[in-house]
Every structure is written in structure tokens, then in C-alpha cells.
Design a protein around this ligand. Structure first.
Ligand code: ISE
Length: 338
């Protein structure tokens, strides 16, 4: 028998993670699920042939003495409340990104974790577990291209889901680059400015301003440009180019057979983010649960990383509204997270 898991929120990523926890990850048992939409959790349990308790209120799942780890895949807005409740009940927590939609909410989670006196939480910044990003990290850590100077990323989505707004492009989408770049170059952000180029006709501007170009600067002076285009229409396309003093590195595209036909040379582009990072999600979970099963602290992105990402996304949302460059401001790093 493995660690007993309760999953809160069985929507898009929640049901995918439920399948993963029940059928892919070793050393865990899903014992409880919870969703606010009646019938949704049970439908997923039936689909994946899982037997588990089905709660309609997350407080009941958190209070269930059988549950040892709470996996939070509820809506972004609910992350902080569920995480705080789970930590107060002394449960380990895996929370999907973003840790919360504001730094103030992340701070509440941080305070609750510090009160337990132990590292209890990992944030689902799964890109750190992607092979391509891991290769880039190794090259940077080995100083093979010298000090990083400039970074250019593209985060393109096929289209957006209902309810996705201009700010979601920051705290839900750009948040991946915010975390992975900070980890890659071991640096922190100082300033952020968001530009709105010409609006795509694929989505009304009143619904979501799209695309957006986010310019960030770091402590060491690295300049970063990220294009976030959430209705690009052609696929799910993630790029990351880092230029250093002695060379540059490029995130590899997912492998796809090249076809020569009708005087054309083509390769596929994925359309779903779940597929693009499928392996990373598996490795991320396995790493988290292996550490817990071995009685060790989790070593993936922690509550402090979630908070750092949130102070940066807060500044970016502020810049969307003000049109100005905004400073990234936060509290000093507590010794607990060193
Ligand atoms: C989505 O919520 C994700 O987490 C994906 O990884 C991201 O690429 C996408 O833009 C988000 O909407």
C-alpha cells in the first residue's frame, strides 16, 4: 500500500492527474476525491475504474484521517484556501500551478506551511521536469554558454477556454515562463512591463487582450521577452531561446517524423498542452511521491517559488492596467526556505 491521496478538483487537469495517480504513478493510492460540480468526480472515478470516497466539500476530504496527501487541482482561485486547510490539518500538499492567483494568497499558504515546521508542499511547475528544459539547465549550470544575457520565449496556445481573461494570460499562462526562467538562470525579477500589440481577430479584446508581450528584467540585468499568444490557431507551441556571452541555446521541439510529400517537407505541431508536457507531469509526480515515501522533504518547486512567481505575476497584472513598468516587490526570503 502506498501513500493515501485525496484529489480536490476533478476538472481538466484534475481528471488527467487522477488517471495518472491511479494508473501511472507508483507508491500511491487514491482514496478520496472531491469536486463542487455534482457527479463530476464520480464520473471520472467510473471512467478510470477507481474506487474512492467522493466528497462534495473539500473540508471533509481534508479532515478524512485516511488522507495523507492532498492534491489540489481545483480552480486557480480556490488553491490557497484548500492548501491552507490541508496544511492546518498537517497533510502534505501538491498544488497545481499557480500556487495562488495573488502573492497575498501565496503568503497565507507560506505562513501555514511554516507553522507546521516542515516542508510539506510542492507546486506543479512541471516544466522543471521536462527533458528539454533539464538539458538547458545543465548547460547553464556548467557555464557552457557563459553568463546569460537575453532570453526570448513564445508561449502559444491554440485557443482559450471560456472564462479565460486578460489577467489569466499572466497568472495562468506566463506563470510557467516566470518560474522556469527563474530556475534556469538562478535569478530573480526586478521589473515587468506588459505590451499589447495589435489585437488578433480570433478573439474579442473585451474577452481577452491577445497577444501580449511581456518584458522582464532580472537582478543580474538579464532582459527577457515573452510573447503570450493564447489564440494562435495553429497549435500549442513553446519556445525558449537563451543567449549567453559565448553561445545560445534553444529548447528542443517535441520530436515528430518529418514527411516529404507533394513537394513539401513537414513535421507535426502538437495542439494540447497536456500532451506536450505529458512525460514531465509523470516524472514530477513520481519525484514528489518518491521523496515522501522515503521520508524525505520534497525537492521540487516549493511554496517560496510559488510566492516568487506570484509577486512577479502581480507586477505584470498591475502593468497590464497601468501601462507602466512595474517593480516586483515582496517580503524577504524566510530562513525556512533556504
Ligand atoms: C494552462 O492552464 C496550462 O497550465 C498550460 O500548461 C499552459 O500552457 C496554458 O497556457 C494554460 O492555460
Amino acid at each position: 500500500m502506498g501513500l493515501k491521496i485525496g484529489v480536490v478538483g476533478i476538472g481538466a487537469i484534475g481528471s488527467d492527474h487522477l488517471r495518472r495517480l491511479a494508473h501511472v504513478i507508483a507508491g500511491v493510492d487514491v482514496v478520496a476525491v472531491c469536486d463542487i460540480v455534482p457527479g463530476r468526480a464520480q464520473a471520472a472515478l467510473d471512467q478510470f475504474k477507481i474506487e474512492a470516497k467522493d466528497y462534495s466539500d473539500y473540508h471533509d476530504l481534508v479532515a478524512d484521517p485516511e488522507v495523507e496527501v492532498v492534491v489540489i487541482t481545483a480552480s486557480n482561485e480556490a488553491h490557497a484556501d484548500v492548501a491552507v486547510a490541508a496544511l492546518e490539518a498537517n497533510k502534505f500538499v501538491f498544488v497545481e500551478k499557480p500556487l495562488a492567483i495573488s502573492a497575498a494568497d501565496c503568503k497565507r499558504v507560506m505562513d501555514a506551511e511554516m507553522k507546521t515546521g516542515k516542508k510539506m508542499l510542492q507546486v506543479g511547475f512541471m516544466r522543471r521536469y521536462d527533458d528539454g528544459y533539464k538539458q538547458m539547465k545543465k548547460i547553464l549550470d556548467n557555464n557552457e554558454i557563459g553568463a546569460p544575457l537575453m532570453i526570448h520565449c513564445r508561449h502559444y496556445n491554440l485557443d482559450t477556454v471560456p472564462g479565460y481573461k486578460t489577467e489569466n494570460a499572466i497568472y495562468e499562462t506566463l506563470i510557467h515562463e516566470i518560474d522556469v526562467l527563474h530556475w534556469l538562470i538562478d535569478d530573480e525579477y526586478t521589473d515587468v512591463k506588459v505590451y499589447f500589440p495589435r489585437q488578433t481577430s480570433n478573439v474579442p479584446a473585451e474577452q481577452v487582450r491577445d497577444p501580449q508581450v511581456v518584458v522582464m528584467e532580472t537582478n543580474k540585468g538579464v532582459n527577457i521577452v515573452v510573447e503570450v499568444f493564447t489564440n494562435c490557431q495553429y497549435g500549442y507551441d513553446i519556445h525558449c531561446d537563451i543567449t549567453g556571452e559565448e553561445g545560445m541555446i534553444e529548447l528542443p521541439s517535441p520530436p515528430s517524423v518529418a514527411m516529404r510529400k507533394n513537394a513539401k517537407y513537414s513535421t507535426d505541431i502538437l495542439t494540447l498542452w497536456k500532451e506536450r508536457f505529458e512525460a514531465a507531469y509523470d516524472v514530477e509526480f513520481q519525484d514528489f511521491f518518491d521523496h515522501l515515501n522515503d521520508g524525505k522533504d520534497p525537492v521540487g518547486p516549493d511554496t517560496w517559488d510559488g510566492y516568487l512567481a506570484a509577486i512577479t505575476s502581480d507586477a505584470a497584472v498591475k502593468s497590464q492596467r497601468s501601462g507602466n513598468t512595474e517593480k516586483v516587490v515582496g517580503v524577504d526570503k524566510p530562513a525556512f526556505y533556504n
